[in-house]
Design a protein. Structure first.
Length: 357
């Protein structure tokens, strides 16, 4: 057990392991010796820090970290949020709250460590809107798939695709199709009515969020410039700006693409480079949006002769593997990430002028 709160004037760095009710504190002095190592409950946490000298407080960038970061910033502390993956190497032997707090404190003092900026409530609300939309899109997909499977049990089959699934929804609601060949029994319609109502509610909620995101994108000058890039729409533009608060934190476009997990995984040794598939690290939501946007740009590349889509078309022609469309889409998503970085840091719009023959 470390010294009491009365004897804490030598504290220079604190590692705080977050929890719901009981938090673990690990504080060291300028020489790196442990000054305080104890647990504090939620009700007395701010009172405990108010009695400490103003110093560096480090936490893992996890749930509630930004809330406590804002609280400690108001008290005058220098807050450092560390990605959990950068803390794990400093956990000694068994994992427990005390070891986690010590590892956080140790990681915060390492040179070259990277930190996550503390988000505002407004910024978190913007991200929550995207996460809520993503959740409801998944729920709608699950409901449509369930509807498709249940109707298949009575011989009503539809081709793949969202529009065909919605045709099944109309069929389940009306009880018959226009041709009159298939009639859905009343007992089946009654059983599937909750699914149909749930899909309608989800459609309305998703459309409301889409309108809000589109209005937000139109009001933001940077978002408008990002939407000039092929495959980047209001949802992707607002998600990028809400997630990445400062694009200048990345030294170049490749570093930003690597942050999103769109660069090859490297396993090199002895001077022999070995590159594999993409790392899939970083924000999964942003990576998915960029890949979906790349698929859209690839599917509508005819009639466009700009450099980006000509490069993508050439890549598709050179590849002979069966999954070449997906491969080209991921490669194009990497390009899109670099263009996003360039436009966000240097300004300007995407140049979609045709390339000279």
């Amino acid at each position: 057990m470390g010294k009491s709160i009365i004897d804490n004037s030598s504290v220079t760095r604190v590692g705080l392991d977050l929890a719901k009710r009981v938090f673990r504190i690990h504080a060291v002095d300028a020489m790196g010796f442990v000054v305080i190592a104890r647990s504090v409950n939620r009700r007395t946490l701010l009172k405990f820090f108010d009695a400490l000298p103003r110093c560096v407080v480090a936490m893992e960038a996890c749930s509630s970290a930004h809330h406590w970061g804002r609280q400690l910033l108001e008290l005058g502390f220098a807050v450092r949020l560390i990605p959990p993956a950068h803390v794990k190497p400093y956990v000694r032997r068994n994992k427990n709250d005390a070891a986690d707090a010590a590892a956080i404190c140790e990681a915060a003092g390492r040179p070259g460590q990277r930190f996550v900026p503390v988000r505002s409530v407004e910024n978190q609300a913007a991200l929550m809107r995207h996460r809520a939309r993503e959740l409801m899109v998944g729920q709608r997909t699950a409901a449509l798939n369930a509807l498709r499977c249940h109707l298949g049990e009575i011989g009503v089959i539809a081709a793949q695709g969202v529009q065909n699934a919605y045709a099944l929804k109309r069929l389940a609601g009306d009880g018959f199709d226009d041709s009159g060949e298939i009639v859905v029994p009343d007992c089946v319609r009654l059983a599937l009515a909750p699914l149909v109502r749930q899909i309608d509610v989800l459609d309305e909620a998703i459309e409301t969020i889409d309108r809000e995101l589109e209005a937000s994108a139109r009001a933001d000058e940077t978002a408008r410039r990002l939407m000039t890039i092929p495959g980047i729409g209001p949802i992707t533009a607002t998600a990028l700006l809400a997630t990445i608060q400062d694009f200048a934190a990345f030294s170049r476009g490749r570093e930003f693409a690597a942050f999103l997990g769109l660069t090859p995984r490297e396993h090199s040794s002895g001077g022999k480079p070995r590159l594999g598939r993409i790392t899939k690290m970083g924000d999964r939501y942003l990576r998915k949006l960029l890949v979906q946007g790349a698929c859209s740009a690839l599917g509508h590349r005819k009639g466009h002769n700009d450099a980006l889509r000509r490069w993508a078309s050439g890549l598709l022609e050179r590849k002979t593997v069966e999954y070449k469309f997906k491969l080209a889409a991921v490669a194009l998503a990497n390009k899109l990430a670099r263009i996003v970085y360039a436009l966000a840091t240097k300004g300007g719009d995407y140049d979609d002028r045709p390339v000279a023959a």
